[in-house]
Design a protein around this ligand. Structure first.
Ligand code: ZN
Ligand code: ZN
Length: 355
């Protein structure tokens, strides 16, 4: 879908929102609707008109990244520029992103005479269903991550630290994509794997440790996200058992997910496997999330979630079991949701690798 079609899908909502224009300020949404990849840009869209606002640093980038919207290049204060842009398109009733304006911005714009109306995750809702081009970019990012995983497993040796391994993983990905890592790599050895989001430390790898790696990279703005847990030498029996439970749960999720299920339904399918094995309390986070221009985006697959998972969504299925003082296991794949199932994107296997 081209960007002008995306924009008209959004502006079609203006009458319902009782607004004359939509002000888009969240950068991933600006990028989705315009193609702009810089760090300062706003969109002001009316039914038949639109402006792309940015400052002089990005005038040149805007001319090729956003060729199909008139540029509004400003110097100085962004909020003053927004007010002037609203005058230019003759809009006073303006829908804003509820997660995209600070209280300061909201007060200033109201003070300048604009009537601000809530546009609640309108662009995020459009972004839930991916175009084939978007899925292809996510898959290219994942292909690099798959290669990184393969390369790094060859380098795990007694005494290497979490920080060294995460640095090597990230370097591998940086060498292959200008986008670099998609988020701070989570790398945990042994008992540190009991923390779902552990930051790498100087903990050294020893025999019998599990190694939990959660990482991804960015290609053309699109992210990948995968977790694998492997064992360096024979893991404790309890963790081997936990590994089998988590893998069975993850596979149940992959086998069951299809378009039309609610977030809560798919979370339940996976969680039930873990609860039945007696580890329900140890699965302490939601099942998964959408991935795209942001690492965590809609739909969020959480217990009781009523949001319906649409066709062409790309979501993670990432159950985990965490045992304080012992370790933890998480297995995470991104999948592309189809009418009658889902397609696993990573090619990295999920069997327990014992190095
Ligand atoms: Zn992850
Ligand atoms: Zn994730």
């Amino acid at each position: 879908m081209d960007r002008s079609t995306r924009r008209s899908r959004l502006t079609r909502r203006l009458p319902d929102l009782d607004a004359e224009a939509f002000l888009v300020t969240r950068l991933p949404n600006v990028r989705y609707l315009s193609g702009f990849s810089g760090t300062n840009g706003q969109l002001l869209l009316t039914a038949n008109d639109g402006l792309f606002l940015t400052d002089g640093r990005y005038a040149e980038a805007a001319s090729h990244e956003v060729p199909d919207l008139p540029p509004f290049i400003y110097s100085g204060d962004t909020l003053d520029a927004v007010v002037r842009a609203c005058r230019q398109v003759v809009a006073r009733q303006v829908a804003c992103e509820v997660d995209g304006l600070t209280y300061r911005a909201w007060s200033r714009l109201r003070g300048a005479g604009l009537v601000l109306l809530p546009g609640d995750r309108e662009v995020e809702a459009l972004r839930r269903e991916k175009d084939p081009d978007e899925v292809a970019l996510i898959a290219s990012a994942q292909a690099i991550a798959d290669d990184a995983f393969e390369a790094i497993t060859g380098k795990l040796a007694e005494g290497v630290t979490e920080r060294q391994v995460s640095f090597e993983l990230e370097t591998f990905m940086r060498e292959r994509t200008v986008g670099g890592p998609a988020f701070d790599t989570i790398l945990a050895f042994g008992e540190n794997a009991a923390e779902p989001h552990h930051h790498p430390t100087d903990r050294a790898l020893g025999r019998g440790d599990v190694v939990k790696m959660d990482f991804g990279c960015v290609v053309d703005g699109y992210r990948s996200d995968m977790t694998r847990t492997l064992a360096f030498g024979d893991p404790p029996t309890r963790l081997r058992e936990v590994f089998d439970v988590v893998r069975a749960a993850q596979l149940a999720g992959v086998d069951s997910l299809k378009a039309g299920m609610t977030a809560g339904e798919i979370d339940q399918v996976v969680r039930d496997v873990i609860v039945r094995a007696g580890y329900g309390e140890a699965f302490s986070h939601p099942l998964g999330h959408g991935v795209g221009l942001e690492i965590h985006e809609d739909p969020i697959l959480r217990p009781g979630g009523e949001e319906v998972v649409p066709r062409s969504a790309v979501v993670t299925i990432e159950p985990g079991v965490y045992l304080p003082g012992v370790g933890g296991v998480r297995i995470e794949d991104m999948v592309e949701v189809t009418a009658d199932g889902c397609r696993v994107i990573p090619r990295t296997p999920k069997d327990l690798i014992v190095l």
